[in-house]
Design a protein. Structure first.
Length: 244
């Protein structure tokens, strides 16, 4: 039983040593669907993690399963994480059988789904490259596209997009002065007073005198005529009396 502990430690180191350089390296940059610079997603080839499933013990078997699960969760695979968690909760024999026969089938499905995800709101170059890979339906083609091909195609699509220019109306500053088309009404002025008979300096037509002023003048005139008539009659009677 003593040899199993060193052997298990060696197997664990065998898993961790290849992973250490990959973790130390800074992932290369690429463009996302919005043409923003981001770190590239890295899709590992889980076939390189597979050991001799017939000879490793249960501890090494679980370590391998967890290693694959970690990669599947990092890539947000839809199928493989749930399937592995289910087998890890079961017996070692079930887990060993799954890793022998079904794990790569689920992995292939997840890679195909990941390729399809890159086509959402994508440009013509990404659509064409992804469709070509989907037609090949090969693991190596999926990995090459997801790790590099999609970023090359996306860079071409982003480069072909027109550069947005600011709108002239949006940058214009509202003017505080009145518009050229605004009409200012002139203030009316009077050339003569309403009561004057004529215009300035006695010239011009002016407005005719009407209303209360006309009635007053007519009344005075009538009274003068009446007084004149009465005076004439009185004078005539006196003259007649004097003659008689």
């Amino acid at each position: 039983m003593r040899w199993k502990t060193p052997a298990g430690a060696l197997i664990a180191l065998a898993f961790l040593i290849p992973a250490a350089p990959a973790m130390a390296q800074t992932p290369s940059l690429g463009l996302n669907a919005a043409c923003e610079t981001v770190k590239r997603d890295v899709y590992q080839d889980i076939r390189k993690l597979t050991l001799d499933l017939d000879t490793i013990d249960d501890g090494q078997l679980r370590l391998l399963a967890y290693r694959i699960l970690d990669e599947a969760q990092a890539n947000k695979f839809p199928v493989l994480p749930g399937a592995l968690e289910k087998r890890l909760a079961g017996t070692p024999d079930d887990l060993r059988a799954y890793l022998k026969s079904d794990v790569q089938k689920a992995w292939l499905t997840d890679l195909r789904v990941s390729v399809g995800r890159t086509m959402v709101n994508a440009g013509d170059n990404v659509d064409a490259a992804a469709q070509k890979v989907l037609d090949e339906a090969a693991v190596d083609a999926y990995l090459a596209y997801l790790n590099d091909g999609v970023y090359v195609a996306r860079a071409l699509d982003c480069a072909s997009k027109p550069t947005p220019t600011p709108s002239a109306s949006a940058s214009a500053t509202p003017s505080a002065s009145p518009s050229a088309t605004t009409t200012v009404a002139p203030t009316p002025t009077s050339s003569a007073s309403l009561g004057a008979p004529g215009g300035e300096n006695g010239e011009g037509g002016g407005l005719p005198v009407t209303g209360a002023n006309t009635a007053t003048v007519a009344g005075i005139g009538g009274a003068l005529l009446l007084l004149g008539g009465v005076g004439y009659l009185v004078g005539r009677r006196r003259r007649s009396s004097f003659v008689a």
